[in-house]
Design a protein around this ligand. Structure first.
Ligand SMILES: Nc1ncnc2c1ncn2[C@@H]1O[C@H](COP(=O)(O)OP(=O)(O)OP(=O)(O)O)[C@@H](O)[C@H]1O
Ligand SMILES: [Mg+2]
Length: 352
């Protein structure tokens, strides 16, 4: 087991710089999830850590040792990919054993380790099967087993669940989390799925265009997003962003209301007001916006309302049973403690 440090990591292909100086400290045993739009550099970062690509500048340390110039197999890491290539002609056992091919352990030690891993992954009875006799989730477990059997200091997972159907994903998500609680290895996990990120991570790293936007606990990135990118990327449906103006006593949003939120230390002028759909509801709290319901999406216990207002379209949430109908006029309100403010030009969060 080991910590991991990325120190001003830069990656360029020819003249095109893809990663522009990534800094990150991952603690020993920490579960860190990378999220970000397609092409932002998540896989590239993982491939640099694994040693599958050469870094352009900067440094990578694993367990206090710089690994920049070490071969992948000398780095004490194991990587599980989206297209977990397990060998179709080999049994589950042989596939798992493949992870030990360069190990110097004795045959008996290897056998013991394979049994241990099969036990942890609940696959003892499946060891003699071939991959085509397994479900998608079981096949994914074989790929994880092959990585686990080496007991690496750091696990790297690149979207390992994205080929699975929704139900299996949920199941595997739970299994990987339990696995981490049991074995406690350091894990870097890349996903497109926010729910995966929020539920599994000790900390989430949000990337965009080769830059880290924020590193924080799920609570940090959801409740204290560093900027409008993080605010709209985390949480579904996305946070509503409304133009406002800092005036005497608070923030004015159109003609409807002056929200008496703390504005000390901020200059008068335009501001971006962020309110999550969960926090924007008809007829509660402080009135913010008036508008007309254009679409209702009933979700059972609650209903999403798309509301056309003088400030543009916003999404609000209503109680499932008493939700307004399409065409209704609504007054949307908010608990002022849930309102976020961002710099109108830079999008950086304003803290009061
Ligand atoms: N070998 C390469 N040569 C040139 N550019 C590359 C190469 N590999 C990746 N890139 C570029 O680097 C950028 C980052 O790619 P990367 O695969 O890391 O993104 P990602 O965040 O993993 O995206 P996704 O979510 O789609 O998997 C992309 O713009 C990609 O086109
Ligand atoms: Mg990728």
């Amino acid at each position: 087991m080991a910590n991991l440090v990325l120190n001003n990591l830069v990656k360029a292909y020819g003249k095109t710089e893809i990663l522009h100086g990534i800094n990150l400290d991952v603690d020993d045993g920490e579960f860190v999830v990378f999220v970000g739009p397609s092409g932002c550099g998540k896989s590239t970062t993982l491939r640099l850590i694994a040693g599958l690509e050469e870094i352009t500048s900067g440094a990578i340390e694993i367990g206090g040792r710089e690994v920049n110039n070490l071969e992948p197999k000398e780095r004490d890491i194991a990587m599980v990919f989206q297209n977990y290539a397990i060998y179709p002609h080999m049994s589950v056992k042989k596939n798992i054993a493949f992870g030990l091919r360069s190990s110097k352990a004795s045959k008996a030690e290897k056998e013991k380790r394979i049994q241990e891993v099969a036990g942890i992954l609940d696959m003892v009875d499946l060891l003699e099967r071939k991959p085509d006799q397994l479900s998608g989730g079981q096949r994914q477990r074989v790929a994880i087993g092959r990585a686990m059997v080496r007991d690496p200091a750091v696990f790297l997972f690149d979207e390992p669940l994205s080929n699975l159907d929704a139900k299996l994903r949920t199941q595997m998500r739970l299994e990987i989390k339990k696995l981490h609680q049991r074995v406690g290895n350091t894990i870097i996990f890349v996903t497109h799925d926010q729910v995966e990120a929020m539920t599994m991570a000790d900390r989430i790293v949000i990337m965009k265009d080769g830059y880290i936007q924020q590193v924080g606990t799920p609570d940090d990135v959801y409740n204290r997003p560093a900027n409008t990118f993080v605010a709209t990327f985390i949480g579904a449906p996305s946070m509503n962003m409304i133009d406002g103006e800092i005036v005497e006593g608070g923030v004015s949003v159109g003609s409807e209301a002056v929200l008496s939120v703390p504005i000390e230390g901020h200059e008068k002028g335009m501001v971006t007001v962020g309110i999550r759909p969960d926090d924007l509801k008809p007829d509660i709290g402080t009135p913010v916006l008036k508008g007309t319901v254009t679409v209702c999406e009933p979700l059972g216990p609650e209903t999403l309302l798309y509301v056309e207002t003088g400030q543009g379209e916003v999404i609000a949430k209503a109680d499932g049973r008493t939700a307004p109908q399409v065409g209704d006029s609504v007054q949307l309100g908010v608990d002022l403690s849930t309102v976020h403010l961002f710099d109108h030009k830079t999008g950086v969060a304003l803290t009061s």
